[in-house]
Every structure is written in structure tokens, then in C-alpha cells.
Design a protein around this ligand. Structure first.
Ligand SMILES: [Cu+2]
Length: 489
């Protein structure tokens, strides 16, 4: 066994080095580099996605999303064709309350099929928006479900088999904010003022303004950094505690967020809920698909400036040799923050406690499932298999609590995402996860040669006919087959 693994791994290394050359060689040495945009429009004000609160109809909250073609200007004097929900790029932030019955009408006017997946939400499989819920061009798909999740930041994006990466890269993504009407916590919650969404993505633009999607199988990384659809923009922050809801919405790049002055900030929320208490940090690693809510204190700092950056070079080997680019060896500028005066009613104190997390106990688990992440001959596999829409990989009994053990046998870190559920990380290579990962998660970065164990409850929704997905959230890996299907019965 061990021998086979070593040989295949070596073979893989050689082969992927060769294929890597052919993929990147032509892109970086040939035409592509010559046609890349060198001057782009940056340092514009940070766009804040419109808030969509829905219409109240017969006790339900109804939202309308239309996926459409649009255009932006990123290269002076040139038009960039983009895709967006209800606009040119990205989509509105949907605001929902825990307990709401929601109806979302998703209309596809893109000219080709796609889907829209509600990332992180606990809902019936037929409402999940995965590869099986195709929306043909011209059709409207209606998703109906009740918001059962905790207050947190979720997102939506296409999930068509083999096309997810391209569809997201061209602009299709948006956020959900779920609020808990029962919550008495005093946290910044004035959207766009002290409660700020940050969708972070990287893209390549051609000199003619068009989006350059190289399709690199190992994962596409861009050389321009967009926040909410604008390149390295500027945010005017009030001089008080500000909440940032950060989504790594990039296809493949892992970020190591921090501030240019190395200031401390507090993580208050993970993918699926609030942490038990604020966790002080100076660095925050977010892999693709992950979210974090952080609080940053700008009190008394009027007229100062600070930058949100990614200390990417500190990630070292977390960025594999296959995808590490020149920018990964630097500190990447993401957002400039200018501190203005405070609002009239700022949040002035950090809450001591945030949430009570119903920690599932290992003894409650009825089963442990093992998953191996592999890359072999430039294929991306889970338990040795490539995704097949006609194969169910795992069958789970309704209401079971299970432990999932994810072992990364490959030479790249992979963010592992599970649909439907939120999980709690038990261990990373046998040790407790860092404090800022001890909350509800739906994506976990599994580093090279690492084993991550997490626990989850598969409640409420059984459907033997419609599967949920589990997959790597590097979108090119997912499209290449690093995905599997489970049903709850
Ligand atoms: Cu992967």
C-alpha cells in the first residue's frame, strides 16, 4: 500500500510538473501575458451590495434573483463583459431572519444553463441548488425553505457540474445575512456603515478589458484583487468598532488576512454562527468558500489609514508548489481603510460572550466515515473516485450524528465543504483546532498530510432520491471531479 502510494505520488509530481508547464507556460510566456491589462481602475470607493429584504407575501418572504449578463469598466476606456445577479457583477445581499419561510425565484437569462446553490444553509436537498437543480436558460427555479441556521454570513453561487469555476469567476456570487431576532447582543449591525460585507476575489483582465479565465486545473489565481467587485478599493470607516463579514469568494487562492499595522482584531463568527467569545487575532487564514466575521476597533483613529492585506508569504507551504504564484510570495493589498468620524450611536464595547454552542459529543456519534483526498495523474479524487452524478457515495440515516475524518494524501491543501449541514471541527492531526475554528463550519481547509475530524448532525431532511454534495472548494478541483454525493434517508 505504502509503496503504491509513494510511486503514484512521484509519478503524479512529475506529470503535474509537466502539465503545469504546458498549462502555465503558454499563458505566462506566450500571447496571454502580452494581452494582460497592465493598468486597471483601482482605489474607487468600496461598493456595498444592495440589501434585498424580500417582499412579505402570505407570511412568506419572497426574493427575486435574475442571473444576467452585464458590463463593467476595469480597464480605462474598455468594457468588461460580466455576469451578475440583478446587476452587472455579484449580487444583492439577501437579508433573512432565523425562522423565516423564504421563497427565492431564480431566473436564468445568461444564455446557458447553470444553478444557484445556497452555500451553508440547512435545507431539503431538492432546494439546495446543487448540480441536480439545473436552471435552463430562460427558466425560473423556485427555491422554498425555512431558515433554520444560526445568525451568520452565508453565500450563493452557481454549482453546475463542470462549470462552477467559470460561472463564479465571471461574477456570479452574493451574500446572505441571517439575523436572529431573539438576539440581544450589541454588535455593529448598520449595513454598509459599521456592518460591512467584503467579498474577496482575484481575477485576470486582458488589455481589451475582457476577463481572462485561464482554466488552469490546479486552480485559477488572478493578479488583481477585487472587493465587492471593485479592484483594491477604499472604505471610509467610522471611528468605532466595525464588523467585517469576509467571504473568500476566490476560485483557488487562500488568504492570510491581517492589517498593514499588524493591529489586533477579533473574530466573532465562523461560517455558520457566532463563536462562544471574541477571539483576538492578528492573522486570519481563509480558504475558498470560508467566511469569518471580525470586529476591528477604529475608535479615536480619525484621519488615519490602514490597509487590509493578505500576508500570503507567511502561508509558506500551505500554498502548494503547484499553485504558488509570485503574489503568494508577497503581502497582497486588498482594501484601504480611511477612518472618518464616528456615527452618533457607535458600539463601544466588545461583548464578553457571544453564543452558546451546542457541542456535539464524540460519544453521540453512531458512525465515523473516512474520506481520502488524492491527486493522481492530474485527476482530483475523493476516496479514489471522480465525481459521478449517477453514483451515490454515502448514505446517511436521518438524525444521525456522525464523525467525518478527512485525510489529505495529496501535495496541495484542499478546502473541504459539505452541503446541508454545519459541523464542528474535533481535531486537526489529533490536536484541538485553534480557538477561532471552534464554531460552526461548512468549509475546512485540510492541509497537506493533515487529517481533520469533524462532527455533524444530519437532521430534518431525508430524501433518498436527491443527493447533497461534499467537495473541494477550489472550484477548478470541484469541476475536475473532486466531489461526491450523499443522501440522507
Ligand atoms: Cu482541492
Amino acid at each position: 500500500m505504502t509503496n503504491t502510494y509513494h510511486i503514484s505520488r512521484r509519478k503524479f509530481l512529475v506529470l503535474s510538473a509537466v502539465s503545469g508547464l504546458s498549462l502555465w507556460g503558454c499563458k505566462t510566456l506566450g500571447l496571454d501575458k502580452n494581452s494582460r491589462a497592465s493598468n486597471v481602475i483601482h482605489s474607487q470607493p468600496l461598493p456595498i451590495p444592495k440589501l434585498l429584504t424580500g417582499k412579505e407575501i402570505n407570511g412568506q418572504r419572497v426574493y427575486d434573483l435574475t442571473m444576467q449578463q452585464g458590463s463593467m469598466v476595469f480597464v480605462p476606456g474598455k468594457k468588461t463583459m460580466t455576469w451578475g445577479y440583478n446587476g452587472n457583477i455579484l449580487g444583492p445581499t439577501m437579508l433573512m431572519n432565523k425562522g423565516d419561510d423564504v421563497v427565492i425565484n431564480v431566473t436564468n437569462k445568461l444564455g446557458e444553463p447553470t444553478t444557484t446553490h445556497w452555500h451553508g444553509l440547512h435545507l431539503p436537498a431538492v432546494m439546495d441548488g446543487g448540480p441536480h437543480q439545473r436552471i435552463e436558460n430562460g427558466d425560473t427555479w423556485q427555491a422554498r425553505f425555512t431558515i433554520m441556521n444560526e445568525a451568520a454570513t452565508f453565500w450563493y453561487h452557481p454549482h453546475l457540474m463542470g462549470k462552477t469555476a467559470e460561472h463564479v469567476y465571471h461574477g456570479l456570487a452574493g451574500l446572505f445575512i441571517v439575523k436572529d431576532p431573539q438576539s440581544k447582543l450589541a454588535l455593529p449591525d448598520q449595513y454598509g456603515i459599521d456592518d460591512i460585507p467584503l467579498i474577496i476575489q482575484d481575477k485576470i483582465f486582458n488589455a481589451d478589458g475582457s476577463i481572462n479565465y485561464p482554466g488552469t486545473r490546479m486552480g485559477v489565481k488572478g493578479d488583481h484583487f477585487l472587493v465587492n467587485g471593485a479592484i483594491t478599493p477604499i472604505f471610509n470607516a467610522p471611528a468605532q468598532f466595525v464588523r467585517f463579514r469576509i467571504l473568500n469568494g476566490s476560485n483557488a487562492r487562500i488568504y492570510n488576512f491581517g492589517f498593514s499595522d499588524n493591529r489586533e482584531f477579533y473574530q466573532i463568527g465562523t461560517d455558520g454562527g457566532l463563536l462562544e467569545k471574541p477571539v483576538p487575532l492578528t492573522r486570519l487564514i481563509l480558504s475558498t468558500g470560508e467566511r469569518a466575521e471580525i470586529l476591528v476597533d477604529f475608535k479615536g483613529q480619525e484621519n488615519s489609514h490602514v490597509r487590509l492585506v493578505s500576508y500570503s508569504k507567511e502561508l509558506g507551504k500551505i500554498n502548494s508548489m503547484f499553485t504558488r504564484d509570485a503574489l503568494d510570495k508577497t503581502t497582497i493589498d486588498i482594501l484601504t481603510i480611511n477612518v472618518n468620524s464616528s456615527t452618533s450611536n457607535p458600539i463601544i464595547a466588545l461583548p464578553g460572550t457571544l453564543a452558546t454552542i451546542n457541542r456535539l459529543n464524540e460519544s453521540q456519534a453512531v458512525k465515523t466515515r473516512s474520506f481520502r483526498l488524492n491527486m493522481f495523474l492530474a485527476s482530483f479524487l475523493i476516496n479514489g473516485k471522480k465525481m459521478d452524478m449517477d453514483r451515490i457515495d454515502q448514505t446517511i440515516n436521518l438524525n444521525d450524528i456522525e464523525i467525518w475524518k478527512i485525510k489529505n494524501n495529496s501535495s496541495m491543501a484542499h478546502p473541504f465543504h459539505v452541503h446541508d449541514i454545519q459541523f464542528l471541527i474535533l481535531t486537526r492531526n489529533g490536536s484541538l483546532p485553534p480557538e477561532n475554528e471552534r464554531g460552526w463550519k461548512d468549509v475546512v481547509l485540510v492541509k497537506q498530510n493533515e487529517t481533520v475530524r469533524f462532527i455533524a448532525h444530519f437532521g430534518e431532511f431525508a430524501d433518498p432520491d436527491t443527493p447533497y454534495m461534499f467537495h473541494c472548494h477550489i472550484l477548478e478541483h470541484e469541476d475536475a471531479g473532486m466531489m461526491g454525493q450523499f443522501v440522507v434517508v
